[in-house]
Design a protein around this ligand. Structure first.
Ligand SMILES: Cc1cc2nc3c(=O)[nH]c(=O)nc-3n(C[C@H](O)[C@H](O)[C@H](O)COP(=O)(O)OP(=O)(O)OC[C@H]3O[C@@H](n4cnc5c(N)ncnc54)[C@H](O)[C@@H]3O)c2cc1C
Length: 402
């Protein structure tokens, strides 16, 4: 990992706890350790055992909104840097590889509003400097013979995109964080306290360790964890699903905006998903297997869109987190206590940048105003909205512009 990041020594001597060893937590831990902070990361299971290890690893900066586009671009820059770097010496972890691959957002014929939304979103992405082309179906087919495009009205094709094994990212960054001096404590379920910030590990209770800053990046458990410390945030976990299907596929990544299904190449064939269940899930009691309806719908779309005859090797679910406005909660919620959650299904691809922003905030820097958790009281009632959709009639995909 390289790049600007926080200045070395800007965190010298600062005692920081990070709760949660997903993509966001390990990235923040790494950046803070590089800045000289004394970092301890607490993970209740193994690193990557939350949503990050279950994610599809579709990565792009094709966002229609300027803040998202900037964050997406920075994240891709860091993914590529990590991909080019050697694994942390002596860590024994495998290297992380970013696989370049274009990403096509496809609007089939028969829905003019959807086609207009895809065109509008691509235009806004270009305004923000993102390399995105708008292609009619025939041209998409010439470009990517692996796709079935006979019914495609229009597609937005993003060049700055790729895919990766998400577990390897978490392992690789955690190893770099350790090499930079962070302590990574697995099997350490933590609770959080405030004034002063502290962490109590279940197996050490009632001993509470004090820190100058505590970062909570605990994915689906974040609301419960902060709620127990008296801090209310509006965050709801919900299930999304993915599957791996065997069989050759040599095409781009794609998102069929009408079917609401995405796919990317995978060493076994294709990895496909979405399968959002927009219902609040219990982070301690949820169904980890994929639903039958999801398998049926996705395999149907794989046949139609990629001419791929599916042989499902495995299918699974994981938890994403939603906020009232679809933007994340990233910043300080009490003196010295920071939150990072609410990625609406797009937390992995942004983690190298959001973890970096979080680390900078802990070190006294400013965050992203749009993501400030203070914009909510914490007790808002709201519906879970699918993170990945292109809304008919809107100028672009909502809410993240993908
Ligand atoms: C099927 C699926 C496909 C997805 N595909 C994509 C994709 O293609 N691209 C993309 O950008 N995003 C994708 N996502 C979303 C992505 O996985 C998440 O947004 C992202 O991984 C969130 O990272 P995180 O570090 O915030 O949380 P997590 O990875 O969930 O990490 C939180 C960690 O906190 C730990 N924890 C919880 N409570 C405690 C506690 N009390 N003490 C200590 N540790 C605790 C958990 O064990 C966990 O390891 C997908 C998600 C799923 C489920």
């Amino acid at each position: 990992m390289a790049g600007p990041g926080p200045d070395p020594d800007s965190g010298a001597g600062l005692r920081v706890a990070v709760v949660g060893g997903g993509a966001v937590g390990v990235t923040a831990a790494y950046d803070l350790a590089v800045a000289g902070a004394d970092v301890t990361l607490f993970e209740r299971g193994t690193v990557g055992s939350g949503a990050s290890g279950r994610a599809a690893g579709v990565l792009y900066d094709a966002y229609a909104e300027d803040v998202d586009a900037r964050i997406g671009a920075r994240a891709l820059e860091r993914f590529r840097e990590l991909s080019a770097a050697e694994p942390a010496a002596g860590s024994g972890v495998e290297g992380f590889t970013f696989r370049e691959c274009p990403y096509a957002i496809v609007a089939p014929e028969g829905n003019d509003d959807l086609a207009a939304s895809v065109r509008g979103a691509a235009e806004r992405m270009r305004v923000h400097g993102r390399p995105v082309e708008t292609l009619p179906g025939a041209e998409l087919g010439d470009r990517f013979p692996g796709l079935r495009t006979g019914d495609v009205a229009v597609a937005a094709v993003a060049r700055n995109a790729g895919w990766a094994d998400t577990g390897r990212y978490v392992d690789a960054v955690a190893a770099h964080a350790e090499a930079a001096g962070a302590e990574i404590r697995t099997d350490s379920e933590a609770s959080v306290s405030t004034t002063p910030p502290g962490v109590t590990v279940a197996s050490e209770a009632p001993v509470t360790r004090r820190f100058e800053a505590v970062v909570v990046a605990a994915g689906a458990h974040t609301r419960r964890l902060l709620g127990d410390a008296g801090i209310e945030i509006p965050l709801k976990p919900y299930r999304v699903q993915a599957l791996v299907s065997a069989g050759a596929y040599d095409g781009p990544m794609w998102y069929d905006a009408a079917a609401g299904v995405y796919a990317r190449p995978h060493p076994a064939g294709l990895l496909a998903g979405d399968g959002t269940v927009p219902v609040e899930a219990d982070p301690d009691d949820w169904e980890r297997d994929a639903d039958d309806w999801f398998r049926d719908e996705v395999t149907g779309t794989l046949r139609d869109r990629a001419g791929h005859d599916p042989a499902v090797e495995r299918a699974w679910a994981g938890l994403c987190t939603a906020t009232p406005d679809g933007d994340p909660l990233l910043g300080e919620v009490a003196d010295g206590v920071f939150v990072a959650a609410g990625w609406q299904g797009h937390g992995f691809m942004r983690a190298p940048a959001t973890g970096e922003i979080l680390a900078a905030q802990v070190l006294g820097g400013s965050g992203v105003a749009q993501f400030d958790p203070d914009r909510f009281d914490g007790d808002e009632a709201f519906e879970i909205r699918e993170g990945m959709r292109v809304e008919a009639g809107e100028a672009g995909p909502d809410p993240d512009g993908d």
